[in-house]
Design a protein around this ligand. Structure first.
Ligand SMILES: [Zn+2]
Ligand SMILES: [Zn+2]
Ligand SMILES: [Zn+2]
Ligand SMILES: [Zn+2]
Ligand SMILES: [Zn+2]
Ligand SMILES: [Zn+2]
Ligand SMILES: [Zn+2]
Length: 1737
């Protein structure tokens, strides 16, 4: 590259002065572009960028500014104001916010930053993840009702009005236009360029190189792996390269994978195609491009980004760009540049599209006027763009059509587009054109064999129609009316194709062979639902339009010729009424569920009535209402027949259709409108005729007209069911008036009624209520505004969710026949309301509620209730029941009839109360009392008669109520003269009955009271007697006061007990005799736990744990095979980096039962799909048969040995066995044993000898202090000990099982110690007492583990145990043969204590005899070991402490003096002065430091010896730890002033202290050169989470993946243990663990939680628990919305706040080691069918 880069300024001047600037510019590009982008060897991105900047961009910018760009830019920035629009373009997955209170529609959204700075933060907002594309609407005044600006984008008041002026100097603007024109043309030309080998003539180089690229394109058919596989085999690249290529292809849409000659590229192309064809049937898309073309295309894209940058500098540049992009071409034939790009969109690859879309976002959409012009262009090409999109296989988010939401949702633009471009017509026309192929011969849709992918793409177009209709006009112009009506008619054309489509015909005999297609039709209906509502809404805003559209709709309906009658009209007679109609049978002729035009007409008619415009309908009687209602009635009958199971042979598809017809997703524009049409017809038709029509269409006419004898059983069942359905329909037609326009109700009233009825079924969560309510086009249900009026909120517990309960006073609005209830909801609601009434002491009559009065136009509907036919129907129904022919009636039928009568009576009563009797024409009660012609019984009489029918017991209360109503109405009618006295009197009959009932209840209550009093008297007499005879006992109660002797006796007994509450040393209490009889959960047989019996075992789970770690994230490798290493498992380092925890769910089994169970599980689960996801059979995992906890071993139950301690003996021995003597004896024994086993007795160093004193005791003298025979155990217990120990060893050390390994006993002691520490931690954390507050299962598990660990020794070589003891003892006393013994700051002393105590008995082993220390010997061993360890630990605490508390006061207590003395001695030994420390400060510090150790020790000795702890440790510790110290010390036989220990044993320990202090490690720590753990150790908790979830989302949005810089969607995931933010589920952060690819979370959990982890996936708002590589589960995040519900995946998007109780529960889950268990349980419940690759997390 010897060539000197041209000077930008010179070049730009040349261009400027040239005659044809464009030609000059292109000439420069022609030369330079291929030299940078089409080199043989690809440049590094940095080098390439540098060249682009200096050779291409700089000259262009010089040209633009006419000077050096930096200077130009500076001038520019001085005069410009920044944009008021945010315009941030969303990436996929980015969280966006909308305000439900202020957004014009839900598509108006804010970016995170704007939202946080806006007023909407405190409103009812919604949050959700963006699907990509779209931009922040901050600053768009049309998008928000209030608060359109965030604080950052608020123009303020001062600088508000300088926006329209572009602020550029004219010369600069002119230059910008010139340059943009050339460059945008260039960009457009190349992005739409389709020649692979030829360049445009202007850019044709003089000589054409033979250099080509083989370019691979993205498609939706091939997976990542396919592409990688293909590339590796085709173009000779390694896996990494192939991976890079593939990732870029996916991201950018294409990538050159090879450069070479045409021939070689052709070869590569063929290879790729054939290789990819092998895997999936389609070959990959590969093309060969000439290098120069590729180069220019690359640069064109680069220019796209450059444009974005330049436009961002100034409004003027932006306007210049918009101007250029919309300019008509010179010839006028080709569309403007931006249109060319749009029209080519579907043919461009992903990367190019993205650049174009972003360019449009930041230019055209940011300027109101240009946005308008662009919208017109967009509308002009709308149809073509949609067609291209339908045939494209890319997602919509990367299609230009997705831009519609930015344009059509702007109210002013939408209106403008309707007026100017008739956009409604354009959109509907596009849909029609695309659906044309689905039309049948009758011009109706027919979707058999449709392509669902394509169909779903077509459906998206309906969104655009919805956007256009979002804001209805406040003012109508003539032009708007004209255009809207035209659009409406096109829309009617679409509906006409749906009217009557997909007819069904009842199947006889055989079941249908193929289920017909129905989903497509219904998804169309669902899409149209809001559009239909919005059209009606628009129509209602203008009377003129309403009338016009109604007429058009009516005309359209009349023109529909579907479902014609096939026979001529005939006359039907019933009760002297004649109906003249044409016959039609739903059960025999085709019928359709799709009737959008009929339903739209019904909707419009109600609107006409509501506005009063119905009067202006020229000839209202021209509507034949019987004809209008015909099709909806058929549909209702169809639903009834399906429900009566008459259409069973038509299969599931019909059932589903009927379901959706009435479901909340569709009903408002289907079922509800059909009911509306029925009500319209009922209001207009003669009531008898209307009812006869209904009877006819229900095919019940003959059934009610003639006799019903001679029907077969099946038919009767159908007829009965149909009668039920018919009666129900009548209830609905008369009673359902909650529709604005039918009666005077508001939308809010309607919603309230829906909510009340939902809550009458059962108390519900907010989200269930939302699901049960219809949403409007903005996804609002109106629930929030009514919920507090109708319901009370019950807060959720730690799990579950908050519930709403309906308010009691609203229960009278409950209607058991509410028309939106499904069958099951109906019966549930009925049941729960009856139950409720019963609980409240009311009768069980579910009366019909009093409905709101009909509006005038519909008032005549109530005539149905008192016409002749209804009386006839009721009489027939009741008569059948009275005759008790059970096959001819059903209870449901009677129930409905009763309800209808109730409605009629309520109506009559209301009318009578409102007006004078003479005026009331509603005479149901009178007609009901008229004796029927045929059998001579009136409805009223029949009603009284069926009261006695036994099978109608449940309806008795209702009948009673009806009879009362008859009475009331009778009174109303009779005593109607003076209005004043009337009201008094009417109330009487009802009241008197109520009074009577009340009196009866009162009488019963009084009787009950008397009875109670009598019993009470008896009881108190007995009590008195009892107290008399047991006077002594009562007197001794403390509150009875001190009365001499008894008090002292109780005191002395307390003293006595006090002595016994010591677990260690010669004063230890006795082990109580404990006979445990347990029941095996498997065979349910009882067995006593004894040493000789067959083993009983506890379920248990062993796991590695970092819950207590002090160095999170650092886990030392445990793979050191040498037993005498300096660390784990022989010594636990003080950091407790990773321990081995053994937990149990506390369930007991026989060992044999367990073995059988385990084998059975193994056999069955081998065959079960994905069982390995739940538990790992290879590693012995199983689920507890009772509680399904995950377990991987069992712990044998070993009973405590009963022991009453011989204190005299102990005292005697104690006189000889002082601590120094004990040390000598032990030392002699250790050395002696060593010489026996290792034959190197002379090895003992002088150093050691010094400690053990001159007079070496005898090797066997240890035995003289008391030995006994060891305990014997049954074989099965021994076997189980091996099973358990092996699991602990295998899991704890992550190694292969080996029961002979010397580390097996170490691991059992370790798990014992660690489990105790974990439990102590939980107790402290939860502020619970050390004893008495453990859950039973924890206590049982703990006891079993301690006893097992104490016993495990018998299965190991005693020599090994002896060596372990000697090695461990070496920390305290100089060992003879050990090197690398850790210093006192390098071990955890509790682990050491447990190890020493459990291994010391091995010292008693003799070669030939199994011996065991006697109880007294053990007591002394425990005492001295504990004391030595405690002293060493105290020193450890002192040396590692830097923070001494400031304690005021003198060092005058014994304790303070002792502490001060000790401290000064220590500073001498360690040669580090510790000045200015008061004795009290030291005492406080040390006591606080050793407290956890003492607590653990107390737990340990309690489980080991069974000695009762002192009362103080059973009481809740409310005050301070100080209170605990004393009882703890006394239980452990330590002086309560622990510093006394040093004084007591001064001579013995002085040399030890000196030795401990002299260790080089200790001095390092003291000099601050080594950081160590402080005591008490830090208690680990899950990290703190913010209260507001959006704060976390905010944090996540700023998350940068540490390993990649691309802007692809990331899944930020938070480790709740340490707070690390990870990049999960992403290929960028894969890493290798044990040679396997794993995701970031899996890798993190391996070090952070020893494989176990708890993560929060922030964007999904979900906790992920994970255990092993293959196992994990999700768990709801501890965030709740205001309604007490969680929101996984932010589906609902309500504001969320932290629920501390739930988070505490998660914390417990973690601390109690229950994560594994939780995972297993959730997997067992879910029963996963597919395997989620948890290791990729
Ligand atoms: Zn924003
Ligand atoms: Zn903003
Ligand atoms: Zn708001
Ligand atoms: Zn059993
Ligand atoms: Zn269990
Ligand atoms: Zn972590
Ligand atoms: Zn990453």
């Amino acid at each position: 590259m010897a060539e000197k880069s041209p000077d930008g300024l010179d070049l730009s001047k040349e261009w400027h002065e040239a005659a044809d600037t464009r030609a000059e510019l292109l000439r420069h590009l022609k030369e330079q572009v291929p030299r940078i982008f089409a080199l043989k060897k690809e440049l590094s991105p940095q080098d390439e960028e540098e060249l682009v900047q200096s050779r291409l961009i700089l000259p262009l910018e010089c040209f633009l500014f006419g000077e050096h760009p930096q200077e130009g830019l500076q001038k520019l920035q001085q005069g410009s104001s920044s944009s008021q629009l945010c315009g941030r373009v969303f990436k996929e997955g980015e969280t966006v916010y909308s305000c439900r209170d202020c957004a014009i529609d839900p598509t108006c959204v804010l970016c995170m930053d704007c939202f946080q700075d806006s007023v909407h933060k405190t409103h009812r907002y919604k949050m959700h993840a963006s699907s990509g594309g779209g931009f922040c609407d901050c600053g768009d005044v049309e998008a928000w009702k209030i608060g359109p600006y965030c604080a950052k984008h608020d123009p303020g008041t001062a600088t508000a009005m300088v926006t329209d002026d572009c602020g550029l100097e004219p010369e600069l603007y002119e230059r910008a236009e010139r340059l943009f024109r050339v460059l945008l043309q260039y960009v457009t030309d190349f992005l739409v360029w389709e020649e692979n080998f030829e360049l445009p003539s202007e850019l044709q180089p003089r000589t054409k190189e033979d250099a080509y690229y083989c370019v691979l394109y993205n498609d939706e058919h091939h997976s990542y792996d396919h592409v990688i596989y293909t590339l590796q085999r085709s173009v000779n690249c390694d896996h990494n390269e192939a991976h890079t290529h593939t990732a870029l292809i996916d991201k950018e849409g294409r990538r050159a994978v090879k450069r070479g000659t045409l021939h070689s590229c052709q070869e590569a192309k063929d290879m790729i195609r054939s290789n990819s064809e092998h895997i999936s049937l389609q070959p990959l898309r590969v093309e060969i491009l000439h290098a120069a073309i590729m180069a220019h295309q690359t640069f064109a894209l680069r220019l796209g980004a450059w444009f974005q940058k330049i436009i961002g500098y100034s409004v003027g540049f932006r306007q210049a760009f918009c101007q250029v992009s919309l300019e008509a071409s010179a010839d006028g034939d080709t569309p403007c540049l931006i249109s060319r790009l749009m029209l080519h969109d579907a043919r461009m690859y992903k990367g190019a599209r993205k650049i174009v879309h972003e360019l449009i976002f930041c230019s055209l959409l940011m300027e109101t006027e240009f946005k308008r012009l662009f919208a017109i262009e967009f509308t002009k090409h709308y149809k073509q763009l949609q067609k291209d999109f339908i045939n494209d296989d890319h997602e919509r988010s990367i299609s230009i059509t997705a831009l519609s939401v930015q344009i059509f949702t702007v109210p002013t633009l939408a209106r403008h587009l309707i007026e100017e471009g008739n956009v409604i017509k354009v959109i509907v026309g596009t849909v029609m054109a695309l659906l044309r192929e689905h039309l049948d011969d009758n011009n109706r849709f027919f979707f058999l064999g449709y392509n669902s992918d394509k169909f779903s793409r077509i459906q998206v177009i309906f969104h655009d129609l919805r956007y256009i209709l979002i804001s209805k006009p406040s003012m109508w112009t003539e032009e708007l009316r004209k255009q809207f009506l035209e659009g409406f008619m096109v829309f009617l054309g679409l509906l006409k194709c749906m009217q009557g489509m997909e007819e069904v015909k009842r199947q006889f005999g055989q079941h249908i062979a193929v289920e017909p297609e129905w989903e497509a039709g219904f998804s169309l209906q669902i899409q149209l639902r809001h559009i239909l509502a919005m059209f009606q809404d628009w129509c209602s805003s203008d009377d003129e339009i309403l009338l016009l559209t109604f007429k058009e709709c009516h005309k359209a309906l009349m023109r529909c010729t579907n479902q014609p009658f096939h026979r001529e009209a005939s006359d039907y007679y019933m009760c002297k009424h004649i109906l003249h109609v044409r016959p039609y049978k739903v059960s025999q002729e085709p019928v359709s569920i799709h009737l959008p035009i009929s339903r739209l007409l019904a909707g419009l008619y109600v609107l006409l009535c509501r506005s009063g415009a119905v009067e202006r309908l020229q000839d209202p009687e021209s509507c034949d209402f019987a004809l209008l209602v015909e099709l909806p009635l058929r549909c209702v009958v169809l639903a009834a027949q399906v429900s009566a199971e008459m259409w069973r042979r038509n299969g599931l598809s019909l059932v589903s259709q009927v379901y959706y017809y009435q479901d909340v997703k569709c009903r408002d524009e289907m079922y509800d409108k059909d009911i509306l049409m029925l009500q319209i017809a009922a209001s207009k038709m003669e009531p008898n005729h209307f009812l006869m029509l209904i009877l006819l269409r229900f095919e019940l006419f003959d059934f009610f007209n003639g006799s019903h004898s001679g029907k077969d059983q099946d038919e009767l069942v159908h007829l009965n069911r149909l009668t039920e359905e018919m009666l129900y329909l009548l209830i609905v037609v008369v009673g359902e008036r909650y529709v604005p326009g039918i009666s005077q109700v508001s939308k809010e009233d309607v919603t309230m009624r829906e909510v009340i009825h939902l809550l009458c079924i059962e108390p519900m969560a907010h989200s269930s209520l939302v699901k049960g309510l219809p949403e409007n086009e903005s996804h609002e249900t109106g629930l929030e505004s009514v919920i507090t009026k109708v319901a009370t909120f019950k807060k959720p517990g730690v799990s579950g969710h908050g519930l709403y309960e309906v308010k009691k006073e609203l229960l009278e609005e409950f209607n058991p026949f509410f028309y939106h209830y499904s069958r099951s909801q109906h019966s549930k609601a009925e049941e729960s309301q009856k139950k409720r009434r019963a609980q409240e002491g009311n009768d069980k009559a579910l009366r019909p509620p009093v409905p709101p009065a009909f509006y005038q136009d519909f008032a005549s509907v109530v005539r149905l209730l008192c016409c002749d036919i209804i009386i006839h129907i009721l009489r027939r129904v009741l008569q059948r029941a009275a005759e008790e022919k059970t096959t001819h009636w059903t209870e449901a039928m009677i129930q409905r009839a009763l309800h209808l009568m109730g409605q009629a009576l309520l109506e009559e009563k209301a009318q009578l109360e409102d007006s004078r009797v003479e005026e009331v024409t509603f005479d149901f009660s009178l007609k009901a009392r008229i004796i029927g012609s045929e059998h001579g019984k009136s409805v009223f009489l029949l009603l009284s008669k069926i009261k006695a029918v036994p099978s109608l017991e449940a309806q008795k209360d209702m009948i009673k109520w009806l009879l009362q109503m008859f009475e009331i109405i009778k009174c109303l009618r009779e005593k109607s003269s003076p209005a004043a006295s009337m009201s008094m009197e009417i109330a009487k009959p009802e009241e008197s009955i109520q009074d009577k009932e009340k009196a009866e209840r009162k009488r019963k209550a009084e009787a009950a009271k008397l009875h109670r009093q009598k019993i009470m008297a008896q009881m108190s007499a007995m009590q008195k007697n009892f107290i008399e005879s047991n006077k002594m006992l009562y007197d001794n109660m403390p509150e009875s006061g001190h009365q001499g002797e008894p008090v002292t006796s109780s005191e002395s007994s307390a003293n006595h007990q006090r002595e016994l509450c010591v677990a260690v040393g010669p004063n230890r209490g006795s082990t109580p005799a404990e006979r445990e009889v347990l029941t095996c959960i498997l065979c349910q047989e009882e067995q006593e736990v004894t040493t000789r019996a067959a083993a009983m075992v506890l379920t248990a789970c062993v796991q590695r744990s970092t819950v207590l770690t002090q160095c999170r994230g650092k886990i030392p490798t445990a793979h050191t095979d040498a037993v005498d290493g300096t660390s784990y498992p022989l010594f636990m380092p003080p950091e407790l980096a990773v321990g081995t925890h053994t937990g149990s769910c506390g369930h007991v089994m026989h060992a044999t039962c367990w073995q059988k169970y385990f084998e059975a599980v193994q056999n069955t689960t081998r065959n079960r799909l994905h069982a390995e996801l739940i538990f790992d059979l290879e590693n012995g995992e199983y689920l507890c048969p009772l509680c399904k906890s995950l377990c991987n071993t069992v712990v044998p139950l070993i009973p405590l040995e009963q022991l009453s301690f011989n204190y005299e003996n102990a005292e005697l021995i104690g006189q000889h066995l002082t601590m120094p003597r004990w040390i000598q004896v032990l030392g002699a024994r250790i050395n002696g044993l060593k010489s026996v086993t290792q034959d190197n007795g002379n090895n003992s160093s002088d150093d050691a000898k010094g400690f053990y004193g001159e007079s070496q005791p005898d090797f066997r003298s240890i035995l003289s202090y008391g030995v006994q025979e060891p305990r014997k155990f049954s074989d099965s217990i021994v076997d189980m000990i091996v099973v358990c120990a092996t699991t602990v060893y295998r899991v704890g050390l992550q190694t292969a099982p080996n029961e002979l390994c010397a580390r097996v006993p170490l691991m059992t002691w370790n798990t014992c110690a660690f489990t105790i520490q974990a439990i102590e931690n939980i107790l402290q954390e939860e502020v619970k007492t050390l004893f008495g507050s453990l859950q039973n299962r924890q206590l049982a598990g703990l006891k079993a583990i301690v006893q097992f660990s104490a016993t495990q020794r018998i299965k190991s070589s005693q020599a090994v145990i002896q060596r372990h003891f000697a090695d461990m003892f070496g920390v305290l006393l100089p060992a003879s043969s050990r090197k690398n013994t850790p210093s006192i700051v390098e071990v955890d002393f509790f682990h050491l204590l447990v190890g020493l105590v459990l291994s010391v008995p091995s010292l008693y082993q003799e070669e030939t005899v199994d011996l065991h220390p006697s109880a007294v010997s053990s007591a002394y061993n425990h005492l001295y070991i504990l004391r030595l360890v405690t002293m060493a630990h105290m020193l450890q605490v002192l040396f590692t402490s830097a923070d001494f508390p400031a304690v005021a006061g003198e060092d005058d207590t014994e304790e303070a003096k002792a502490a001060a003395e000790w401290c000064s001695a220590m500073s001498q030994y360690s040669k580090r002065p510790m000045p200015e420390l008061s004795g009290r400060a030291v005492a406080e510090r040390v006591k606080r430091g050793i407290e956890p150790f003492l607590r653990c020790a107390a737990l340990f000795f309690n489980c080991l010896t069974g000695v009762r702890p002192p009362e103080e440790l059973l009481i809740i510790l409310t005050v301070t730890a100080q209170v605990q110290m004393e009882p703890l010390c006394s239980y452990l036989a330590l002086p309560s002033n622990v510093f006394q220990l040093f004084q007591e044993h001064r001579d013995t320990v002085a040399p030890l202290l000196q030795r401990w202090s002299e260790s080089p490690v200790v001095s390092k720590v003291l000099n601050g050169k080594l950081q160590t753990v402080r005591y008490p150790r830090r208690r680990n908790r899950l990290i703190d989470l913010p209260d507001d979830y959006s704060a976390l989302l905010n944090q996540a949005s700023h998350f940068q993946c540490p390993k990649s810089t691309d802007d692809e969607r990331k899944h930020p995931t938070l480790c709740l243990c340490c707070g690390a933010m990870l990049c999960s589920l992403s290929s960028c952060c894969l890493s290798q663990v044990d040679g396997e690819d794993v995701g970031a979370c899996t890798a993190h959990a391996a070090t952070c939680g020893a494989g176990v982890g708890m993560f929060l996936r922030i964007r999904e708002c979900e906790i992920v628990l994970r255990a092993s590589k293959t196992r994990g589960s999700t768990y709801p995040a501890p965030y709740l919305d205001d309604y007490g519900e969680t929101d996984p995946h932010l589906v609902r998007g309500n504001p969320l706040h932290l629920c501390p109780e739930r988070y505490r529960k998660l914390n417990q889950l973690w601390q109690q080691h229950c994560i594994l268990e939780e995972i297993a349980r959730s997997l067992e419940v879910v029963n996963v069918m597919f395997a989620f690759e948890w290791q990729m997390l």
